[in-house]
Ligand binder design. Structure first.
Ligand code: AMP
Ligand code: MN
Ligand code: MN
Length: 347
């Protein structure tokens, strides 16, 4: 019998079956137990993710937020950007009613949990709350994260923070419903590049299976994330492609705020541009310099595997992963590229 569409829409939350548990992680069992204990004894919990949130940061944070709320907790979730806007492509992610602007965020949280942030610096305006938090749980997968929490739940082998978020949810006795699954799937599918990146593990696919079983509309999520943009994006992309440079294994281009202003395009719409640039066969490394609204260059870099761009970006004050990293520059385009290239040669 074919299930009725309503059945697909109204499927009840799923409880984990014994055969469908998240895979184990290098996080010790004692740390998970401590996290559950801290959460169960605290009523007000402050959640945070890194600035300019991506799908993994926002999705992991809001997924856990849903579960904490179902446990009767009061939840405040935020990210420390000055303009505090969720990128247009993430507006479909459920749970955004939990978001509070940095100005209204608890100054001294009893318990704060950070998601997908490798450092205090990447928490932007929420850094002061981090320093004052009585207890701080750090949930992350960045290899560069050396553990700034009072309790660290870090797995550098996990392809997405969403996988650690799922573990936490499971250990809290939470169940997956479609909202939570949408949040987690957004994190998983963005950080694995739709399961294309080499970081993708069997556990990532197993997790996807659990999430899809809640009745997720994976087609709609994919369209929201990658298959739509305002018309102005095409024009800005055309300008960026027109001045793309291929030189000695590096392919790069840039987008100024003037380019964007001419088309009314917000900064966050540029996220997909690097995926167009990095396809270049002749290049091992790709970079896109994106001028933000404050006039700083946010540089996205990608490697095909031979070069560790995380190390190169770290030398320039940024960070990230072996094949996907970034840094911020206040120099000119030419100086920024020259410095990056110099470090690439050494790498
Ligand atoms: P993106 O190019 O923005 O998709 O970022 C790729 C990776 O680099 C992500 O894992 C980010 O956490 C990291 N990253 C990007 N920009 C910065 C930055 N300014 N500082 C530190 N890490 C960054
Ligand atoms: Mn991230
Ligand atoms: Mn991530």
């Amino acid at each position: 019998m074919t299930p009725d569409v309503r059945d697909r829409l109204d499927r009840p939350p799923r409880v984990y079956a014994d055969t469908a548990q998240p895979a184990s992680s290098p996080v010790p069992e004692s740390a998970w137990r401590r996290a559950v204990q801290l959460i169960s004894q605290t009523e007000d919990i402050a959640l945070a993710c890194h600035v300019s949130p991506d799908g993994d940061a926002l999705g992991s944070m809001l997924a856990v937020g849903f579960v904490l709320r179902s446990l009767g907790k009061r939840v405040a979730a935020s990210f420390g950007d000055h303009d505090f806007t969720v990128p247009r492509l993430l507006r479909f992610v459920p749970g955004q009613e939990m978001l509070v602007p940095p100005a209204d965020y608890p100054a001294e949280p009893e318990l704060m949990i950070t998601f997908d942030s490798p450092s205090v610096a990447r928490l932007g305006l929420l850094g002061e709350s981090v320093r004052r938090a009585h207890q701080l749980i750090v949930v992350d997968h960045h290899p560069s994260n050396d553990g700034f929490g009072t309790l660290d739940l870090i797995d550098p082998g996990a392809p997405a923070t969403a996988m650690l978020a799922e573990q936490l949810i499971y250990r809290l006795g939470g169940s997956l419903d479609r909202d939570i699954a949408t949040c987690l799937y957004t994190g998983l599918v963005t950080d694995t590049g739709s399961f294309r990146h080499s970081s993708t593990t069997p556990a990532a696919h197993e997790m996807a299976a659990r999430l899809v079983a809640t009745g997720l509309h994976t087609d709609e999520i994919a369209r929201e994330l990658w298959d739509r943009s305002p018309f102005g994006y095409l024009k800005v992309m055309a300008a960026a492609l027109d001045r793309v440079v291929l030189d000695d294994g590096l392919v790069w281009t840039y987008v100024t705020r003037v380019d964007r202003a001419a088309r009314g395009l917000p900064y966050s719409e540029l996220e997909g541009l690097i995926d167009v640039i990095r396809r270049t066969d002749e290049a091992e490394v790709a970079a896109v310099l994106k001028e933000d609204d404050q006039g700083a260059w946010q540089v996205s870099t990608r490697s095909k595997g031979r070069v560790d761009v995380a190390a190169v970006c770290a030398a320039l004050g940024g960070g990230g992963h072996h094949n996907a990293a970034g840094f911020t520059s206040h120099d000119s385009v030419e100086e920024t590229v020259a410095k990056f290239r110099e470090l690439l040669r050494e790498a």
